[in-house]
Design a protein. Structure first.
Lengths: 123, 248
């Protein structure tokens, strides 16, 4: 199940913030940006995140918050974490055999890619 | 960046530095070891318990999360006749492990923002059965000028803290890490770099390079990559839950 159907909007907060610039050793002020995530499924909650503009880790922090929101929506939808996992906004069965490598490992658990072959004389 | 160590400081600035929701947010949101305030030595003045008294002044000089990798790791056992136990986070290699929500950290003087794998693996139904390996995938696009830089990688320590800020272990890369493959490996030999040209680091490949110690460019004596045995590196089960990593 794909839950990537959401809208992300930003706006400035009314008050500026203080921070210490380690390069110039000065206390400076910056605008604060609020990001809001709204899912198109109305049963799921909206979430917000505030961070100062031009924060040196801005994109990573917003991405990290988006990952946490993805987990929160996953929980709100009622999925059992022991059975399901969410990655890249797709909810799928945790232990489902999908790719060719997994299939081969399932069919031949001691295949050459797991246990190195030895000739009969060595054995 | 940090918060000012004196003078004007308010709740709005704390939130703008560490990040956080715009509503339903309290000072306890920023307890050390919580989602937004990492339990690292620089934040030692910030209380950990949700019932502790917390004040704006506790945040003077506090450091945001930028330079540290902080994630909630998971556990996975592959099962089968040759089971492998995994602990940590994975965006793609180990599907059942959770993805990394924080992908940035500083290693030496170099900042990375697209780390995709951070996990330990070992053999056995519950791990600890040998073939220990530690995997970190750094930014794929940083290039060989970064990955061939010995000042960043050689003998680099990765200190791993738990949610209380207690040091769980220190993983140290080999003193060969960062050396250009051509400087260490004779022509025609299997080429290993640590990390590789696209940022993939594996402890096993790092130590595989030590076999080429007769090359005159190799550091002497060679010291392999390893966790600190005195702290019980074990299976890496301390990556199952909240952890923070410092490597600068």
């Amino acid at each position: 199940m794909d839950i990537s159907d959401f809208t992300k909007t930003t706006r400035y907060m009314p008050n500026d913030a203080f921070y210490f610039d380690e390069e110039t050793n000065e206390t400076k002020t910056a605008k604060v940006v609020e990001t809001t995530w709204s899912h198109h499924n109305e049963k799921l909650s909206d979430f917000t995140f505030c961070l100062r503009e031009n924060h040196e880790d801005y994109q990573n922090k917003v991405n990290g918050e988006e990952q946490r929101i993805m987990e929160k929506w996953f929980a709100e939808l009622g999925y059992n974490e022991d059975i399901y996992i969410i990655k890249d906004w797709i909810i799928k069965e945790k232990y489902k055999i999908e790719d060719e490598e997994q299939i081969q490992n399932w069919l031949k658990p001691n295949g050459a890619q797991v246990v190195e072959s030895k000739d009969a004389e060595t054995i | 960046m940090t918060l000012p160590s004196s003078g004007a400081l308010d709740f709005n600035s704390i939130r703008a530095e560490f990040g956080g929701p715009s509503s339903n947010v309290t000072m306890s949101t920023y307890n050390r070891g919580g989602t937004y305030t990492y339990a690292v030595p620089a934040n030692a003045n910030i209380p950990t318990g949700t019932t502790d008294t917390i004040e704006v002044s506790d945040f003077y000089g506090a450091k945001n999360t930028t330079d540290y990798l902080g994630n909630v790791g998971g556990a996975h056992n592959s099962g089968g006749k040759a089971p492998k136990q995994y602990y940590g986070n994975s965006n793609s290699i180990v599907g059942p492990l959770p993805s990394l929500s924080d992908q940035s950290m500083k290693v030496g003087s170099q900042s990375f923002t697209a780390i995709t794998e951070f996990f330990m693996q070992s053999d056995g139904a519950s791990g600890g059965g040998g073939n220990f390996d530690f995997t970190i995938y750094f930014d794929s696009g940083a290039g060989t000028s970064v990955y061939g830089n010995t000042s960043i990688w050689a003998s680099r320590q990765f200190k791993i803290y738990n949610s209380s800020g207690t040091l769980q272990n220190t993983f140290t890369m080999s003193n060969c890490a960062g050396f250009q493959a051509v400087a260490l490996i004779p022509a025609g030999a299997l080429v290993y770099t640590a990390p590789g040209a696209t940022g993939n680091y594996k402890e096993s490949l790092d130590n595989g390079r030590n076999a080429f110690g007769t090359n005159p460019a190799a550091p002497s004596p060679l010291q392999p990559a390893d966790g600190n045995p005195a702290l019980g590196f074990g299976t890496g089960s301390f990556l199952n839950g909240q952890y923070y990593v410092q490597a600068f």
